[in-house]
Design a protein. Structure first.
Length: 289
């Protein structure tokens, strides 16, 4: 496996960045998690657009054109001969002196592209659904560190993940400081009630898979509402599922000990999983290895 660092490829063992990089020192940077399926990079433009928004907020200048960055993502897949991959694209503030001030980083931002084989949750969880819990760690306030910003500082989510795995759960719901549901540690959340799909509108990452599922549902004439809701609505929903690049779509059948409906993945969830699978095998930026 070879790793792309600033235009050059390095063996995994030799792929290293400076300890003075502000991405390492302060989590100062942004990233994307992208996937390719069967020689197609799924939603590459959307991922690059979201990355550009993160960089704009962080006031980090991309040291190349967006087009070149997309080409380099594909080149990394080709160098590693991967048709089905997980792609981690990282932009860091770059090397600087000690001290928070980004002006201490006089060089360019750093670009790293890691490609790897995909790791999904166990197949059993896709068939039978997942049990999740709500954790005490509250989601970052949007005016502290906005969850829409996919920054290299993921400690809020990591703390929540630790709280979930400590008690034997794979995923956790995080609430905002008013008690509304935001998302999970690496996935967005949807519920279905009376034929209407709902997903939180504030305080969560604007997931690419979330958007794809919204569009897929609308194509299937399912109404979608982006709105605030509480755990009470999840307990009493007919269906619930999570979406994310890594997880794709995974059914949720129990939250905080409450069965959701009959505790089995719902019909709409299964239909969306099928539609999403088909989409990932046909849409995307084609590449040859
Ligand atoms: N919420 C959060 C906090 C995320 O980090 C999502 C939602 C889903 O967004 P997308 O755009 O992927 O539909 C994410 C995405 C990993 C990994 O390595 C994490 C994500 C994506 C891919 C891999 O754990 N998070």
């Amino acid at each position: 496996m070879k790793v792309y660092i600033n235009g050059q490829f390095f063996l995994k063992e030799e792929a290293k960045i400076s300890v003075f990089d502000h991405g390492f020192l302060y989590g100062d940077g942004a990233f994307e998690g992208i996937r390719s399926y069967d020689g197609l990079v799924y939603k590459l433009d959307e991922h690059i657009d979201r990355l550009m928004e993160s960089l704009h907020t962080l006031m980090i200048r991309l040291p190349m054109t967006q087009d070149q960055l997309k080409k380099d993502v594909i080149k990394t897949l080709q160098v590693n001969k991967l048709t089905d991959a997980y792609i981690r694209l990282i932009v860091t503030r770059g090397e600087g002196d000690l001290g928070l001030d980004p002006r201490k980083c006089r060089g360019n931002a750093g670009i790293v592209i890691i490609t790897d084989k995909i790791t999904l949750y166990p197949a059993e969880l896709y068939e039978n659904g997942m049990e999740i819990i709500t954790v005490p760690t509250v989601k970052n306030h949007p005016e502290a560190l906005n969850p829409e910003l996919k920054s290299l500082n993921y400690l809020n989510n990591i703390l929540a993940k630790i709280e979930a795995t400590n008690v034997g759960y794979n995923e956790a719901i995080m609430l905002d400081s008013n008690g509304y549901v935001t998302e999970c540690t690496g996935d967005n959340i949807f519920i279905l009630k009376d034929g209407v799909l709902s997903t939180p509108v504030y305080g969560r990452l604007k997931g690419i898979t979330r958007q794809a599922v919204i569009e897929l549902a609308q194509k299937n004439r399912i109404e979608v509402q982006q709105r605030a809701f509480t755990r009470h609505e999840i307990f009493n929903a007919q269906e619930c599922f999570l979406t994310g690049t890594a997880a794709e779509i995974i059914p949720v059948v129990k939250l905080d000990g409450r069965l959701i409906n009959d505790g089995k993945p719902g019909a709409v969830t299964l239909k969306l999983i099928k539609g999403f699978k088909a989409m990932t095998r046909t849409d995307g930026v084609k590449y040859k290895i």
